[in-house]
Ligand binder design. Structure first.
Ligand SMILES: Cc1cc2nc3c(=O)[nH]c(=O)nc-3n(C[C@H](O)[C@H](O)[C@H](O)COP(=O)(O)OP(=O)(O)OC[C@H]3O[C@@H](n4cnc5c(N)ncnc54)[C@H](O)[C@@H]3O)c2cc1C
Length: 384
């Protein structure tokens, strides 16, 4: 198969929208501007200057579906027209109190219910820190003794997780659990492994996320694969490189421990591609979702599928990219009948800001990809 820009559905946007995207990517291609923008944004928020409208009509419009599921329907339909599915991601982050956690929990359940009625939504997704206190997860991670209140909090979290997975099982929509900072990830892994052993017996309902920018994660995959075989359940895995590299490095330096992240990008790429190979070669036990924008890794995955005589649209293998990023990969994969789904973040503009800031920083740091995107948009405007 060929990956080609010509498969991207630019016609679903107006020429004006394409110009707006072009301006956005030109701004994002300037790292200094992005970091100044970040500070201006913080000052505006602090001074309560109403900038939501400006954000909603610029960066939000490009990277998010809408402020709620209804507003995201247009995006879902456009993707679906192109044989690309949607993973609705309620991207409200940094909840601090029980009512915030409850809101996110309710929204996850609502999302799963909606997926029941829609063949366009193959997975639901959530972050554990959306429904649980970071400090509780950190304490669990460090295997510290919990207070009575914390034990109750943990029980309530387990109940919520079981409710989410039971509903996902009932409506037959698998659920992806995102990976987060390494100092809470062991806790997330433990909770997720228990859910997989309970819900993944007949088919895969629960997917854990593995960050291959961390050292030793392929070994971890092999370890849980052995447990899954011994205990007769299947693994669901989303493979990603990892989104918290700066934070991980800074914390390791500050606290004087060895950074868990690979020493360089090449090692990270090797680990990702080896994990890809391991999952595909063990496809009878492992369902996998490749969450990547890396073309080389995507090509490796499809070549391995071919070598292992796996059909392009085998339901155990999905590819996923974020809305507004790497459309060439998504649209080309869908053209050749691979299963592909976009993460479509949504939520109130203010609550989605941390996600948008990560996207802005990521796009300003991947200079090559951003200038390719600018080139593509210029071509699309010219040929409109
Ligand atoms: C659908 C989807 C779901 C995702 N879910 C999660 C999630 O649950 N948790 C999460 O943490 N991230 C998640 N991500 C983000 C992901 O981890 C990456 O940040 C992002 O996709 C960029 O990596 P890439 O594979 O696309 O490729 P590339 O652009 O080739 O790789 C960039 C990545 O490589 C790694 N890297 C860069 N430089 C170095 C270096 N010097 N040493 C070691 N490693 C390096 C970093 O992880 C960096 O983000 C998700 C991404 C997608 C597309």
């Amino acid at each position: 198969m060929r990956f080609d820009d010509k498969y991207i559905d630019y016609k679903s946007k107006s020429k004006r929208e394409l110009y707006e995207n072009l301006i956005l990517f030109k701004l994002l291609s300037k790292p200094k501007l992005v970091s100044i923008g970040k500070y201006i944004l913080k000052i505006c928020l602090f001074l309560k200057i109403p900038i939501s409208v400006i954000i909603k009509n610029t960066i939000f419009k490009h990277f998010c579906g809408g402020e709620n599921i209804n507003e995201s329907i247009k995006v879902i339909q456009t993707l679906s027209k192109n044989n690309i599915k949607t993973i609705l991601d309620y991207s409200v982050e940094g909840q601090k109190n029980e009512s915030g956690f409850q809101d996110v929990f309710n929204e996850i359940l609502r999302n799963i219910e909606i997926s029941k009625k829609s063949s366009e939504i193959p997975f639901c997704v959530f972050k554990l820190t959306g429904i649980a206190r970071f400090e509780l997860l950190e304490k669990l991670n460090n295997k510290l003794v919990l207070s009575d209140n914390e034990s109750k909090e943990l029980d309530s979290l387990k109940l919520k997780l079981n409710k989410i997975c039971a509903l996902a099982e009932k409506v037959n929509t698998p659920i992806l659990i995102d990976a987060e900072e390494s100092w809470i990830q062991d806790a997330i892994d433990d909770l997720t492994e228990k859910l997989m052993s309970k819900f993944n017996v007949k088919k895969v309902i629960v997917y854990n996320t593995i960050q291959l920018y961390r050292k030793g994660r392929l070994e971890y995959i092999k370890k849980i694969h052995r447990s899954a075989k011994n205990e007769n359940f299947k693994l669901g895995l989303k493979l990603v490189r990892g989104a918290y590299i700066e934070k991980e490095r800074m914390r390791a330096k500050k606290n004087g421990y060895n950074c868990p992240i690979h020493n360089n990008k090449d090692n990270c790429d090797v680990e990702f591609n080896n994990a890809t190979q391991y999952c595909i070669e063990n496809i009878k036990d492992i369902s996998v979702c490749f969450g990547t924008h890396n073309l080389k890794s995507t090509k490796i995955a499809i070549e391995l599928m071919k070598q292992n005589k796996i059909k392009n649209n085998d339901s155990r293998i999905y590819f996923s990219q974020l809305l507004g990023m790497c459309d060439t990969i998504s649209y080309s994969l869908s053209k050749f009948n691979y299963n592909v789904a976009k993460y479509v973040p949504y939520g109130p503009v203010k609550s989605v800001l941390p996600y948008l800031i990560r996207r802005a920083e990521e796009n300003s740091s991947i200079g090559n990809q951003t200038s390719e995107e600018i080139g593509r948009l210029k071509k699309a405007i010219k040929n409109y």
